[in-house]
Write a protein that binds this ligand. Structure first.
Ligand SMILES: [Fe+2]
Length: 417
């Protein structure tokens, strides 16, 4: 096992030092994880600019400054994040076929700020939904109109940067799944309503309906609701009672007909194979058809105790193949609202590199901003680099989505958060 080296502050770095390891996740900074000798003074500033505060240098380096040995310092290696072997030395420049958007990537400040703000809104919304749902579980009436300020706050984030809030809402902890799922479906419904050009009133109803669509799950026994495995057929039959239970609780609370309708019919399918009423086509209201798409997308892309999340772009591709489950017009608008390659998707580029989508590309669904981080030629991580596929002169493009599971990549969200 290699020696851990000496830990110093990044501000104490000097040219000539032999770097053993940089603090933080390698994916968050422009350097490769690995060892290298500091030869360029500009690299010191790049390390500081990347937000790296601690650096481990080898014993042979300059040790005159105030340094401390830290045997536990190696902690989690990048190998814990990415399964493929890490390189020990910096790797050469990206393949020549690619024209990087920037030579020295700067963090996308506005996206970072939007994600941070969206995270606060989502967590606040999750807590309010949890409160409301627990009131329902206790048999108390709930006030869906009281969620309006919350819906407006989520709507403001959707309008500011839909990708930011939709990506944040996709990330859930096991114990708050149902609440965060409600927030996510609310945000998806609002983004979809905008895409469908619904008026302000219908958009609000869609948002409220997203928040309350799964209220009935509060009446499902906890051992079924929180079961960390797939449900048996009998358990699934119990779970299928939640639309009617939610609709009844909403009706008892004098909720709007739209909220009741979305709760009751968000598991209907336009081909008539849904539940509880096996409605077909236009027998299902537009808001309930919207709820069906948003609900399924969020469910399949979320982490659950018994399944890995599907990659967002793979989910879009898969859902497009399901014959007759969704209203085609609604589904197409949904794809336009989240993107063919939603933020967080792992994609393969024509330059034989892997990247994660970090921002939607304005008018072009096929040309988002991506963070390139892995070379398929060398089968190794490379210097993470943000590339705007819609930028004039950019010669690279997306070949298709990739399954993160196949590559053993974990925590890809570190690349866009
Ligand atoms: Fe549901």
């Amino acid at each position: 096992m290699s020696k851990p080296g000496i830990k110093i502050k990044a501000t104490e770095l000097r040219v000539g030092m032999r770097i053993q390891r940089l603090g933080g996740s390698w994916m968050q900074h422009p350097f490769l994880r690995g060892r290298f000798i500091l030869e360029d003074p500009a690299d010191i500033q790049r390390i500081i600019d990347a937000g790296i505060q601690e650096v481990w240098i080898s014993d042979g380096g300059d040790t005159t400054m105030n340094a401390t040995l830290d045997d536990d310092a190696l902690g989690m290696e990048a190998a814990d994040v990415l399964a493929p072997p890490m390189v020990a030395e910096p790797v050469a420049a990206p393949p020549p076929a690619v024209a990087p958007a920037v030579a020295r990537p700067k963090p996308a400040r506005s996206m970072e700020l939007d994600v941070e703000r969206a995270r606060k809104v989502c967590h606040n919304a999750r807590d309010q939904v949890a409160n409301m749902f627990q009131q329902a579980r206790l048999g108390k009436a709930i006030d869906t109109q009281a969620t309006l300020p919350l819906v407006d706050a989520i709507q403001a984030e959707v309008q500011r940067n839909a990708s930011a809030i939709l990506s944040v809402a996709r990330l859930k902890a096991h114990d708050d799944y149902t609440y965060m799922h409600s927030v996510a479906v609310c945000a998806l419904m609002l983004a979809l309503a905008r895409q469908l050009n619904l008026d302000e009133e219908q958009t609000r109803l869609a948002g409220i309906g997203g928040l309350t669509h799964d209220l009935g799950k509060m009446f499902v026994p906890l051992e079924i609701l929180n079961k960390p495995a797939r449900l048996s057929n009998e358990e699934f039959e119990v779970m299928k009672l939640h639309p009617a239970a939610g609709a009844k609780a909403l009706a008892d609370s004098q909720a709007t007909p739209a909220a009741i309708d979305i709760a009751l019919h968000h598991h209907e399918k336009v081909n008539g194979r849904g539940y509880p009423h096996a409605l077909k086509g236009d027998e299902i209201s537009l808001l309930a058809r919207m709820g069906a798409v948003c609900d399924v997308y969020d469910a399949v892309t979320s982490i659950r105790a018994y399944k890995k999340p599907w990659d967002p772009a793979m989910s879009i591709r898969e859902m497009a193949r399901w014959d007759g489950d969704f209203d085609k017009r609604v589904f197409n608008a949904f794809v336009k609202s989240v993107g063919i390659y939603p933020v967080g998707s792992l994609v393969k580029l024509a330059s034989n590199r892997l990247a994660v989508v970090v921002e939607q590309g304005g008018d072009s669904l096929l040309h988002p901003k991506v963070r390139v981080f892995f070379s398929l030629r060398s089968n190794e991580p490379i210097q993470a680099n943000t590339l705007d596929l819609a930028a004039p002169g950019c010669k690279d493009s997306i070949v298709g989505p990739e399954d993160p599971e196949r590559w053993g990549f974990k925590n890809l969200e570190l690349l866009w958060q």
